[in-house]
Design a protein. Structure first.
Length: 79
């Protein structure tokens, strides 16, 4: 017959949790090189996103939407 150890519940200090969350994390700029990628938000209408997804599925294998958009931008800039 197996004997189980009694699980002891630890007391959660909500104040310490709130203090930890409010401290936040380190600023990402401290971890990024000067010549790194530029990040931006691109607003695309839903109908266009649907068309992009259709085009992505035509290719063999899986490709992220981000990569597909970057490839199309690169093609347009090279022309």
């Amino acid at each position: 017959m197996a004997v189980k150890a009694k699980i002891q519940k630890t007391r959660i200090d909500e104040k310490k949790i709130d203090e930890f969350i409010s401290k936040g994390g380190s600023h990402p700029e401290n971890n990024i090189e000067v010549d790194s990628d530029h990040r931006l938000t691109l607003r695309i209408p839903r109908w266009l996103v649907d068309k992009i997804d259709e085009k992505r599925t035509e290719k063999v294998g899986k490709m992220s939407r981000n990569l597909w958009i970057l490839q199309q931008i690169e093609r347009a800039v090279e022309e």
